[in-house]
Design a protein around this ligand. Structure first.
Ligand code: PLP
Length: 388
C-alpha cells in the first residue's frame, strides 16, 4: 500500500544529506570536544561550525547559540532561566492561550512557585492581539513568551510587533520558533527577540537536538550544573553527532526556502479547498497568516480519532492536534481557546505537509477523505438524527 506522511508538524524524516554529515562524528570523529588533544580539537571545530550555521540561519552571532536537546528543553531554559534571573525585578510573565505544552506547563510550574502568569486570549483564527499583550504589561512584567507559529493550526503570530513592544518596555521577549524554522524567514534582529527556541527534528534534522538563541546581555539563571559546556547554560558532554546534524539541517532548511515553501503552500491550499467542499467542514486557523504546510479542519459529526485511524488504514499519516497530546481524549486547548465547542474540537484533523509531498498524494487524500467521512457519518447517531 502507498504510504503518505502528512504529519510533519509532529516530526520529519532525517535527510540523507544530514545523515551523511553526521556519520563521521559517529565513528572516526569521536573525541570529546572539551579535550585538548587533536581528537578533541577536530570535533570542537565541527561543533563550532554547526553553531555558526545555526546562528547564520536566524541572523544571530554564534556565541548567542546554546545547544540543547530540543524545543522542550529550550523553552524550559528560556522561561525558567529568565524567571529566576529576574525575580528580584518582578514576578509577572505574559504568555498566550495557544502555546505548546513546553511553554504552558513551564509557566504553570512557575505559577506554583509564586509567579504571576497572564495568559492572553486569541481570536477565532488563533491570533494573539498586540493590544492585549500591551494591556497585560505591568511594572512587574519580566518576560513575554509568545510562539512564532502554532503547531496545531499553523497561525503565525505578530511576533515582530510584540518584540518591538517588549523592547520599548525593557521586557525580555522569548519566542518558540520550533514550527517556524524552514517555513518562515527568521531574523532575531527584525523580531526583536531576546530568546528563541528551535528543534532539529522539525526540519529534517535528528531528534533530541535543538538550540536556544540567547541575545548577548540576556541573563539566565540555570537549573542544571556540572560542567562548563555551552557557557555553563547547558552543562554536560555535547551530543556531537546530533549538533552536527542540526547545523546541516538548518543550513538546508533555509536554503531556497521561498521556492520550497511556495510549492508546499500550493499543495496546502489545494488540500484546504478540496476539504472545504465537503459539507459541514470548517477550516481552523487563519486562511493566509498560516504555516505553508499546515491544514487543520474540523469535520462535524465525525470523531477525530476514528478519522485518523481510518486514514491510517489507507496509508495516510495524520493527527488530531499536537503529537504530544494526541494520546489524550481532552480536546485541544488551542481549538478551545479559538472558541470551538468541544464537539467541533473533537472532530479536528491536522494534516501537515513537507517538501517531499506531491500533487498525486494530495489527489489521493482528497479521494479518500470524503469516503471515510461519509462512512463515519453514516455510523454517527448525531448525524443520522440531523438528517432525519
Ligand atoms: N514547541 C512547539 C511549538 C512544538 O511544536 C514542539 C514539538 O511538537 C515543541 C515545542 C517541543 O519540541 P521537542 O519535540 O523538540 O521537544
Amino acid at each position: 500500500m502507498k504510504k503518505i506522511y502528512l504529519d510533519h508538524g509532529a516530526t520529519t524524516q532525517l535527510s540523507e544529506e544530514v545523515f551523511e554529515t553526521m556519520k563521521p562524528y559517529l565513528f572516526e570523529l569521536y573525541g570529546n570536544p572539551s579535550s585538548l588533544h587533536s581528537f578533541g580539537r577536530e570535533v570542537r571545530k565541527g561543533l563550532e561550525e554547526a553553531r555558526e550555521k545555526v546562528a547564520a540561519a536566524i541572523g544571530a552571532q554564534p556565541r548567542e547559540i546554546v545547544f540543547t536537546s530540543g524545543g522542550t528543553e529550550s523553552d524550559n531554559l528560556a522561561i525558567r532561566g529568565v524567571a529566576r534571573a529576574q525575580q528580584k525585578k518582578g514576578n509577572h510573565i505574559i504568555t498566550s492561550a495557544v502555546e505548546h505544552h513546553a511553554v504552558i506547563d513551564t509557566c504553570h510550574a512557575l505559577k506554583e512557585e509564586g509567579f504571576d502568569i497572564t495568559v492572553v486570549p486569541v481570536d477565532e483564527t488563533g491570533m494573539v492581539s498586540v493590544k492585549d499583550v500591551a494591556a497585560a504589561i505591568t511594572d512587574k512584567t519580566i518576560l513575554i513568551t509568545i510562539m512564532m507559529a502554532n503547531n496545531e493550526v499553523g497561525t503565525i503570530q505578530p511576533v515582530a510587533e510584540i518584540g518591538k513592544l517588549a523592547r520599548e518596555k525593557g521586557i525580555t521577549f522569548h519566542t518558540d520558533a520550533v514550527q517556524a524554522i524552514g517555513n518562515l524567514p527568521i531574523n532575531v534582529e527584525e523580531l526583536n527577540c531576546d530568546l528563541l527556541s528551535l528543534s532539529g527534528h522539525k526540519f529534517y534534522g535528528p531528534k533530541g537536538t535543538g538550540a536556544l538563541y540567547v541575545r548577548k546581555g540576556t541573563r539566565l539563571k540555570v537549573y542544571s550544573f556540572g560542567g562548563s559546556q555551552e557557557r555553563k547554560l547547558r552543562p554536560g558532554t555535547e551530543n556531537v553527532p546530533g549538533i552536527i546534524g542540526l547545523g546541516k539541517a538548518i543550513e538546508l532548511a533555509v536554503k531556497d526556502m521561498e521556492q520550497k515553501t511556495a510549492r508546499v503552500a500550493g499543495l496546502r491550499d489545494r488540500l484546504i479547498d478540496g476539504l472545504l467542499k465537503l459539507p459541514d467542514v470548517r477550516l481552523n486557523g487563519h486562511r493566509t497568516q498560516r504555516l505553508p504546510g499546515n491544514v487543520n479542519v474540523s469535520i462535524q459529526y465525525v470523531e477525530g480519532e476514528s478519522l485518523i485511524l481510518s486514514l491510517d488504514l489507507k496509508g495516510i499519516a495524520s493527527s488530531s492536534g499536537s503529537a504530544c497530546t494526541s494520546g489524550s481524549l481532552d480536546p485541544s486547548h488551542v481549538l478551545l481557546a479559538m472558541g470551538l465547542d468541544h464537539q467541533t474540537a473533537h472532530g479536528s484533523l491536522r494534516l501537515t505537509l513537507g517538501v517531499e509531498n506531491t500533487d498525486e498524494e494530495i489527489d489521493y487524500v482528497l479521494e479518500v477523505v470524503p469516503e471515510i467521512v461519509e462512512r463515519l457519518r453514516a455510523m454517527s447517531p448525531v448525524y443520522t438524527c440531523k438528517n432525519d
